[in-house]
Design a protein. Structure first.
Length: 255
């Protein structure tokens, strides 16, 4: 199994990160992809990859909630990192739009997102995209920029069947995690309609832990709980879900 979106560099893992990674490995999660969110996370991610080079891969991007007054300077620095060593990162992420916390900087968020999508095209990298209360402007950007050279994962997908179909038609993938197990989630209905051909699995740990761990710290080993839940609800074998989503992850992230 591949956890395509996990923040193992979080301070919530500072006391037991080795145990967390070993638990993931013990249940068959062999690869964990870490998205960057800001300057502080980048240093922690690099340190973690040095310790687990065979199991951890890194992305580089600026999270929409971290698009503040200095966002242009940060992206200028990241420009240089991409130029110096594009092979150090498997994707551009975590990028996107978030209008849940702050609607006042939507113009800056859109500018930052477009800047980072340029990296995807220039360096032939997929994106890992965050969308919260922002489907309309996100889809507008994806429609305007739709081209074979741009593809990626809509991380933590919770949209409608119609949105899912449009995203897939554009050539993108959907990241499915613990939210699928929540009581009022629509994710299972979406998957029953579209299947697993364009699905990758993720935990987004330490956030959004699946049932029966909901409300607690999430971790990459809980990918197994997500797979078991989807197998039970949709009638596919766990082996099939593991295989197809891992193959999809290897394809989109070029691993």
């Amino acid at each position: 199994m591949i956890d395509t979106h996990t923040h193992l560099d979080s301070s919530k893992f500072s006391d037991d990160i080795d145990e967390v990674i070993n638990r993931a490995l013990s249940v068959g999660v062999t690869s964990m992809y870490l998205p960057n969110v800001d300057d502080e996370s980048l240093a922690r991610m690099n340190s973690l990859q040095e310790r687990y080079p065979n199991h951890i891969e890194l992305m580089l991007g600026l999270h929409p909630c971290d698009v503040k007054g200095d966002w242009k300077k940060i992206l200028d620095r990241y420009d240089k990192l991409w130029e110096e060593n594009p092979t150090a990162f498997i994707a551009v992420g975590e990028v996107g739009l978030d209008l849940y916390w702050d609607k006042t900087n939507i113009d800056e968020q859109i500018q930052a997102l477009n800047h980072q999508l340029d990296w995807c095209v220039k360096y032939a990298k997929p994106f890992s995209m965050h969308v919260r209360d922002a489907w309309e402007p996100t889809l507008k950007i994806l429609r305007e920029r739709n081209c074979p050279e741009l593809n990626g994962v809509l991380h933590c997908f919770t949209g409608s069947i119609e949105i899912a179909r449009e995203i897939i038609d554009m050539g993108h993938y959907l990241g499915i995690g613990g939210v699928a197990t929540f009581k009022n989630s629509n994710v299972v209905n979406v998957l029953s309609d579209i299947g697993f051909d364009r699905i990758v699995l993720e935990t987004d740990s330490p956030y959004l832990a699946p049932v029966p761990h909901r409300g607690k710290r999430n971790e990459s080993s809980y990918l197994q709980n997500i797979t078991m839940f989807l197998s039970d609800k949709l009638g596919y074998s766990e082996e099939y879900i593991d295989e197809v989503t891992s193959d999809n992850a290897k394809l989109i992230f070029q691993r």
